[in-house]
Design a protein around this ligand. Structure first.
Ligand code: COS
Length: 385
């Protein structure tokens, strides 16, 4: 297992870093202000082949692996976390297909997802349950060669813009918990599938977060992914992989905040010298850099291990489950702490919208909440000890 970056990974890092600085950073403050999904960002990622990084070549991807994906998400998130989320969340929406789909389903669905021509979203959380997956209620009832879906999903990233939704629904409410649900593919435009309320959020404001409503929504039975009753297993494994993407997003936010705060501290003078020369600020920046580097090492190591794993429904070693949860939790906590400190370093300028660190602080918060709260991550880690 190696997680020193290869030549190809360094080239990708340089390319995405340049793209982020030149094309993503300039509009970031405005996109946050307007809280509007920006298709130009999607086009930029499409043109640069960034949606298919972790897709097998067989289905049109570049098969560059989890570490390459994490590097790309990190670089984009350094300047705009909502942009990094575009590719991380797309991967989340596609993972249930990669893990549980039949060969026919993969061939049918993955090529247009690998190029980003179609976007995917993952629909798990409901108004009454998100962490407690066994309590989810959305229903799928078999009817001949169809399933009929009824229920609501909320806080669904990309739900209003995606063409393909991977949806978790209970198929057998009387059946044994965690063996009574499945993941389905729902295509945009299917009668009975509506996009509901759009959320007005604290951070990642230009990302699309909506409620999805299913009312007697009939989908073909061939859109069931995997064996009947395998939904819980599929989403647990999906989340083990996808949490590395959230970790990368969090790491990028933290690294972006450190970069900005360091440059500021070298310029800004107080009491006759740049504030970085005052230990109160220098030590803050040192602690920020230290925690970021530690989080990065853990994430890169975890990605390197994960990319050796088959993307199918075979089991996952508890050590990997633990590493994924640790990466997500540590990177999220580091991002929240580092961005708060970055605001402090900038003082009054940190608190106003003209400077990016207050946005980074708002963006960081979600990484401690979604794709498994950091409390759930600690539960997962404890369960594997
Ligand atoms: N990866 C793979 N398998 C896992 C797993 C993981 N991360 N966590 C649990 N499992 C397996 C267990 O090994 C167990 O398998 P067996 O039945 O073969 O023994 C099974 O799943 C049930 O585990 P457990 O009894 O711990 O299940 P619980 O219902 O108590 O819940 C948690 C487990 C809380 C860990 C799970 O529900 C979870 O991850 N919730 C968070 C979901 C989430 O991230 N929601 C956010 C919204 S998604 S954007």
């Amino acid at each position: 297992m190696q997680y020193d970056l290869t030549e190809e990974q360094r080239m990708l890092q340089d390319m995405v870093r340049r793209l982020a600085k030149e094309k993503v950073e300039p509009g970031a403050i405005q996109r946050d202000k307007e809280a509007k999904f920006d298709w130009e960002m999607v086009d930029l990622l499409r043109e640069n082949g960034l949606f298919g990084i972790d897709f097998p070549e067989l289905y049109g991807g570049t098969d560059a692996g989890m570490l390459a994906l994490a590097i790309a998400v990190e670089e984009l998130s350094k300047v705009d976390a909502a942009c990094g989320l575009l590719i991380a969340d797309h991967e989340l929406g596609c993972l249930p297909i990669m893990l549980g789909g039949t060969e026919e389903q993969k061939q049918r669905l993955l090529p247009t997802l690998a190029t980003g021509e179609q976007l995917a979203a993952f629909a798990l959380t409901e108004p009454d349950a998100g962490s407690d997956v066994a309590r989810l209620r959305c229903r799928a009832v078999k009817d001949g060669d169809s399933y009929i879906l009824n229920g609501k999903k909320n806080f669904i990233t990309n739900g209003g813009v995606a063409e393909i939704i991977t949806l978790y629904a209970v198929t057998d409410p009387e059946g044994p918990v965690r063996k009574n649900a499945d993941v389905f593919v729902v295509e945009k435009g299917t009668p009975g599938f509506h996009v509901g309320k759009e959320e007005d959020k604290l951070g990642i404001r230009s990302s699309d977060t909506v409620e999805l409503i299913f009312e007697d929504c009939r989908i073909p039975a061939e859109n069931l992914l995997g064996q009947n009753g395998s939904g819980f297993q599929n989403i647990m494994k999906t989340l083990d992989f996808s949490r590395l993407g959230v970790a990368a997003q969090a790491l990028g936010i933290a690294a972006g905040a450190l970069e900005y705060a360091t440059a500021y501290a070298k310029e800004r003078e107080a009491f006759g010298k740049p504030i970085i020369r005052h230990q109160g600020i220098g030590f803050k920046l040192a602690d920020m850099a230290m925690r970021i580097e530690a989080a990065r090492q853990l994430l890169y190591k975890s990605c390197a291990l994960f990319q050796e794993q088959p993307k199918d429904m075979s089991g996952l070693n508890p050590e990997l489950i633990r590493l994924s949860a640790m990466s997500k939790c540590l990177c999220g906590d580091v991002a929240m702490w580092v961005t708060t400190e970055a605001v402090q370093v900038l003082g009054g300028y940190g608190y106003i919208r003209e400077f990016p660190v207050e946005r980074m602080m708002r963006d960081a918060k979600i990484t401690q909440i979604y794709e498994g709260t950091n409390e759930i991550m600690r539960l997962v880690i404890a369960n594997t000890l």
